[in-house]
Design a protein around this ligand. Structure first.
Ligand SMILES: [Zn+2]
Ligand SMILES: [Zn+2]
Length: 450
């Protein structure tokens, strides 16, 4: 194959010369010089259009171009080395790129430093990210492609340099709501507690952002604080809908090996998101042993103060069956002990012979005669609610010693047979780890009984 024919294979159809920084578009797979594509995009954008593929496929061209193809460049270096060297030399002589107005560089990331108005309406919000396309011919504006415009238009905007800023470090945006991932000590009496929420107001350079925290406590400063970008994170719900520093409680006893390390109802605090499926929680166990665990969302429940009529430790009875979507979890009349609050209408209850369950306070009554009268399981429905007749026979199985425990331990391995002795934590130092047979699957333990 003649060199001319080979060179033809590497021709950019915009400049009709050998490709420099060959860049392949995903729309149709055609390749062009990176600079030719930039010029194509800029010309189209400044003529008020939306740049489309120069290969003729009509797809929109991305303003952020992909990296150039190393394979194509190497192939040219091997097959047409002399022509390529000559082409590179020409391009170098041609021009040196001038910075844009305000010192910004074309094709670099920026953000709007203030709201950008068209007439009286905002078309780009302060903080919106975008990319500089180049100088406008009028000698004072820059053409910018913002990622989002308030009016939904995809066209570029011509703005003065004062309306632009370099992007904040860490991918943060102005006004973004963030949460403190650590307790941030400022001085002896000012600190920002873990989980404090604030919003980003700027950056002092490097990898620091300035945050104005919401002064919910008197020790939180009312002035902006400069923090490292790793000390805060965008405020968003974590897996399971929990949040940083949220107060939680174990929804079941957590077992490591065959040892209960955290009892159902034990309080804790969410420290971080450990993975896509687990949260790191520090539990207030009495043990000196490690008390930080990476738990699944179903292993914890939100915690709040209990309602005044049901303080923690109160003996209660279910006034009607507590249901999961397909089974009765707790029968009407079953006794239990309040462990803690979940939200204003839900409490976490350890029921006799069964799992600890988040129950609506409307489904509970104070057990005035905790000793004596035997509850009639599955009987008298006082709530008037229509309950299906599918009673679970096994729920009648009694625990070895009723009332021996104010915390119900849930062993996922426990079978439906008589309470096995092996689940008693002999000599483990845990006061109340008598497992009882569980009728419902592990995943039905946490449920909203409403
Ligand atoms: Zn070209
Ligand atoms: Zn195309």
């Amino acid at each position: 194959m003649a060199e001319d024919e080979v060179a033809e294979l590497f021709c950019c159809s915009i400049c009709e010369d050998l490709m420099l920084a060959p860049t392949t578009l995903v729309c149709c797979g055609r390749s062009f010089c990176k600079e030719c594509l930039h010029l194509w995009i800029k010309t189209n954008a400044q003529q008020g259009g939306i740049p489309r593929c120069p290969g003729g496929c009509m797809a929109k061209v991305p303003f952020r171009l992909p990296k150039h193809s190393i394979a194509l460049r190497k192939a040219m270096e091997q097959l047409v080395p002399d022509r390529l060297a000559c082409r590179i030399k020409e391009a170098e002589e041609e021009e040196e790129e001038m910075p844009c107005f305000g010192g910004f560089k074309a094709w670099t990331e920026i953000a709007a430093s203030r709201d950008i108005l068209y007439g009286s309406s905002i078309i780009v919000r302060q903080g919106s990210p975008g990319i500089v396309v180049g100088n406008c011919d009028d000698g004072c504006h820059l053409t910018v492609k913002f990622d989002e415009r308030e009016d939904g238009s995809e066209l570029c905007v011509n703005v003065v340099p004062e309306a632009l800023m370099l992007p904040l470090p860490g991918g943060f945006r102005l006004h973004q709501r963030v949460v403190a991932l650590y307790e941030l000590l400022l001085n002896s009496d000012m600190k920002v507690p873990l989980g404090s929420v604030g919003h980003i107001i700027g950056s002092l350079g490097g990898d620091r952002v300035t945050v104005l925290f919401e002064p919910k406590q008197e020790k939180i400063p009312e002035y902006p604080v400069s923090v490292n970008i790793r000390e805060v994170a965008a405020q968003r719900p974590l897996v399971g809908g929990f949040s940083i520093a949220q107060r939680v409680q174990a929804s079941m006893s957590l077992v490591v090996g065959n040892k209960v390390v955290v009892h159902a109802g034990c309080r804790g605090t969410v420290l971080a998101e450990f993975s896509d499926t687990r949260l790191t929680v520090v539990f207030e166990t009495s043990e000196a042993a490690p008390n930080c665990f990476n738990v699944l969302p179903l292993e914890i429940l939100p915690w709040c103060d209990t309602p005044p009529e049901f303080p923690a430790g109160t003996s209660v009875r279910a006034v009607h069956h507590l249901m999961s979507p397909c089974a009765i979890i707790v029968h009407a009349g079953t006794r239990g002990i309040i462990l803690g609050g979940v939200d204003p209408s839900l409490v976490f209850v350890s029921f006799e012979n069964g799992p600890a369950v988040a129950a609506a306070i409307s489904a509970l009554e104070t057990d005035t005669d905790a000793v004596g009268e035997t509850a009639c399981l599955g009987g008298s429905l006082e709530s008037g609610r229509e309950e299906p007749e599918t009673c679970l026979e096994r729920s009648e199985t009694m625990a070895p010693e009723a009332g021996s425990s104010d915390l119900s331990s849930i062993d996922p391995e426990a079978s439906d047979e008589e309470a096995p002795d092996s689940t008693t934590e002999a000599g483990s130092g845990f006061a109340c780890a008598v497992s009882t047979p569980i009728n419902s699957a592990r995943a039905t333990v946490v449920l909203n009984t409403d």
